[in-house]
Ligand binder design. Structure first.
Ligand SMILES: NC(=O)c1ccc[n+]([C@@H]2O[C@H](COP(=O)([O-])OP(=O)(O)OC[C@H]3O[C@@H](n4cnc5c(N)ncnc54)[C@H](OP(=O)(O)O)[C@@H]3O)[C@@H](O)[C@H]2O)c1
Length: 248
């Protein structure tokens, strides 16, 4: 049985990653800064990492300071890789985002720098498109406006369970550097997804596609964050939305 450490186990992706790996029989350990998981530790200062990594075959690195655009993520990854080196060099799988090398969004620059460290270590990098939960959260925020402005761009949302299933497959193989990107089953327009959200939550509000300025939004408009030739066969946005709204 493989022993696998999941960083960010309390997060949107970490939870289903742990669930899928456990359902496949892995011995999963979780790391969090807060008590309640198998190991308490902080990537920022490296505390708790040696204990968490001891005896593991693989690490799925899902932790990121997403709320602060990845501030401290690169140093956190350095600390994780140093601890992995001391623990016998387990397979490290890093979850990144499609288009981080093209779109100059500050968080993406952090992800790209982190990818370089994982390459140097000899791990595996999986880039995924936007999670359903992320788009749902963004729709919830823009839906607060009296007239809803939604960026005029495509999105290829994916289920975190589908990402988790792909991660489990990758861990069956040796470290592979950057593997094929993974996208959701369909490419949609962000304004249409916001309209779906408003309909599903019982609101009637006008939604206007907004053409936002700058190189970052040009990259998004042009679809540099999509993986149209690597579509998962899994959960679609409408299915996610229905389940999410029904579930509260
Ligand atoms: N959101 C998307 O659409 C998307 C798409 C593709 C790839 N990704 C990538 O997928 C990964 C997971 O994203 P997510 O949406 O699941 O993130 P999330 O929900 O914000 O969860 C982040 C996790 O990181 C942990 N964390 C943050 N700072 C830490 C630190 N200093 N030490 C230890 N743990 C720390 C948090 O755990 P505690 O608070 O419990 O410590 C939390 O569990 C990220 O790398 C992200 O870039 C996201």
């Amino acid at each position: 049985m493989k022993r696998i450490l999941v960083t960010g186990i309390t997060g949107t992706l970490g939870r289903p990653v742990a669930g899928v790996l456990r359902s496949l029989g892995a011995d999963v350990r979780g790391l969090s800064r807060r008590p309640g998981q198998d190991f308490q530790g902080d990537l920022a200062d490296g505390s708790g990492l040696d204990a968490a990594l001891s005896g593991v075959d693989a690490v799925v690195h899902c932790a990121s300071d997403t709320r602060r655009l990845g501030r401290g993520d690169v140093q956190g990854l350095r600390n994780l890789l140093a601890a992995a080196g001391r623990a016998g060099r387990p397979h490290v799988l890093f979850v990144s985002i499609v288009g981080v090398d093209v779109i100059p969004y500050p968080y993406y620059r952090v992800k790209l720098a982190a990818e370089g460290l994982v390459e140097g270590y000899g791990g595996t990098i999986l880039r995924a498109t936007q999670f359903h939960e992320f788009v749902f959260g963004a729709a919830r925020i823009v839906a607060r406006m009296p007239v809803v402005l939604a960026p005029d761009m495509p999105v290829q949302p994916i289920s975190t369970r589908d990402v988790a299933r792909r991660i489990a497959e990758i861990l069956d193989d040796p470290p592979a550097g950057r593997v094929a990107d993974l996208g959701g089953p369909e490419v949609l327009r962000a304004p249409d997804m916001v309209r779906d959200y408003l309909r599903a939550t019982g609101r009637d509000r006008r939604t206007i596609p907004a053409r936002l300025p700058g190189a970052t939004f040009r990259g998004f408009r042009q679809g540099a964050h999509l993986a149209p030739s690597h579509r998962s066969a899994g959960e679609r946005w409408a299915e996610f939305l229905e389940a999410r709204v029904r579930g509260g």
